[in-house]
Design a protein around this ligand. Structure first.
Ligand code: HEM
Length: 435
């Protein structure tokens, strides 16, 4: 009897120990598999970051970096005749431009966001008068372009809204858009007609800035600011105010409308939530979808590589199954600022999803050439403009409607919006009650 008991106890212990060992092995194996998977994702992210921060070519000097950046921008240079940090290989031109850009966007004191909110409301009202030819319909992309361009004229050159000729602003933004689309086609030459329309419009809008000298031409400053902002503002506004079906996201917009701009620079919960709206817009619709670098500084060698910012920002393995949906709450309590971490930190041994997300988010670039707008100006401008557009036009819930001119886009509210320039041209906003 005793022997039987002893056998059954040892049999049970044996079975238990075996089960424990199998479970242990299973978890160790899974842990290794997870770590291997995360390491592969990390390697992929680092590949893109290394292109953006130039380290794919090892250690580089400032002169080499400027050349590697300006070479792929040659067509942009041919089209807009820019002489700024993006098109120059001259250190002095770069540094002088960078200082000018930093100075232009550094708001003098806290009350400037309050003032900018008032100016933005005025600009939206004045722009509306130029788009009132077919009420209650407004061509949304053209409207947002004119409004953002005019706000940039105020921010960068201190032009009062009452002195802005919105007809000229419309001509200038249409010409920029057409020239930009043409510049993407390697077989097309810049349209002399659009170049002249743009030049004449700028001369009328900014007579005091017009010195006909490449280095001081106002377009040098306008292009990096206006061209990055208008599309992300349009796409974020449409995503949050007109396509969103998630009640939590609707609440976030409501709170931002109550708190922006008073919450700016308060470092409180309201500011964090309002800026999350901008961060999520920049994640899903990064204005710089790809950061291009030449593969060699040698003249005549024309290889180009690209860091695919949009792809990294939308990776499901990093951002989750809802990566393609607009959800600002994913940025609540996000600890990083707009500038991206130094890649050296990417050698950290413990990799988790939070860490990968941190490395996977770089709307303002990576490494030693951070965008001056990454220190707050860019996100605040986006949040402010989205809030003011919401105050001005209302939301889907309040009765306004967007006609996308495309059956699929109209139907699939949870898919990301098409964000190519030409995709947005047919979007029409129908204003509730036509007012
Ligand atoms: C949301 C708005 C903006 C976004 C997403 C953005 C994005 C970027 C990106 C990705 C880069 C890095 C380019 C590279 O590595 O080749 C960059 C650099 C730069 N950006 Fe912005 N930008 C924004 C607004 C602005 C504004 C308002 C200005 C001011 C006029 C500006 C001026 C510059 C300058 C001067 C650089 C070059 C910095 C350097 O080389 O040291 N950006 N920006």
């Amino acid at each position: 009897m005793l022997a039987m008991d002893t056998i059954s106890v040892s049999a049970v212990s044996f079975v238990l120990a075996t089960l424990l060992l199998i479970t242990w092995n299973y978890y160790v194996h899974r842990h290794h598999e997870d770590a291997r998977r995360l390491r592969l994702i990390l390697d992929r992210i680092i590949e893109h970051r290394k292109i953006a921060d130039f380290s794919f070519l090892g250690k580089t000097t400032i002169d080499q970096r400027l050349k590697l950046r300006s070479k792929p921008n040659a067509r942009l240079n041919l089209t807009f005749k820019l002489s700024n940090s993006f098109t120059t290989s001259d250190q002095h031109v770069h540094q002088a431009f960078l200082n000018r850009a930093r100075h232009a966007i550094s708001p003098a004191h806290r009350s400037s966001w309050g003032k900018l909110s008032v100016v933005t409301q005025e600009i939206l009202k004045l722009s509306r008068k130029h788009f009132d030819d077919a009420p209650p319909y407004i061509p949304l992309a053209s409207f947002v372009r004119v409004a953002v361009f005019s706000i940039e004229l105020h921010v960068l050159f201190k032009i009062d809204p009452s002195n802005i000729d919105f007809g000229e602003a419309r001509k200038a933004t249409t010409a920029i858009n057409r020239l930009w689309i043409q510049s993407k086609n390697p077989n097309s030459m810049p349209s002399l007609y659009n170049q002249r329309v743009l030049e004449d419009a700028l001369e009328r809008l900014l007579p005091n800035e017009f010195h006909r000298e490449d280095r001081t031409h106002p377009l040098n400053l306008i292009m990096p600011a206006y061209e990055t902002l208008w599309r992300v503002v349009l796409l974020t506004f449409v995503s949050i105010a007109h396509r969103n079906e998630d009640s939590q996201t609707t609440d976030e917009l409501q709170k931002a409308v109550e708190n922006v701009p008073q919450c700016f620079d308060q470092k409180n919960d309201a500011e964090m939530r309002a800026l999350a709206i901008a961060k999520e817009g920049l994640r899903l619709y990064p204005p710089t979808k790809r950061i291009y670098r030449a593969t060699s500084t040698t003249d005549g060698e024309n290889g180009v590589v690209a860091a695919n910012v949009e792809k990294v920002h939308r990776d499901r393995q990093v951002w989750g199954a809802d990566a393609l949906q607009y959800k600002p709450t994913r940025f609540h309590n996000w600890r990083r600022d707009g500038t991206s971490m130094a890649p050296k930190q990417a050698t950290r041994p413990n990799i988790d999803v939070e860490y990968l997300r941190g490395l996977s988010y770089f709307p303002f670039g990576v490494g030693g050439h951070p965008c001056p707008a990454s220190r707050g100006f860019g996100e605040k401008m986006i949040a402010l403009l989205v809030v003011e557009l919401t105050r001005h036009f209302g939301t889907r819930q309040k009765g306004s409607k967007i006609h996308f001119g495309n059956v699929e886009v109209q139907k699939q509210v949870s898919a990301p919006l098409p964000s190519g320039r030409e995709d947005m041209e047919n979007w029409v906003l129908e204003i509730e009650g036509g007012n």
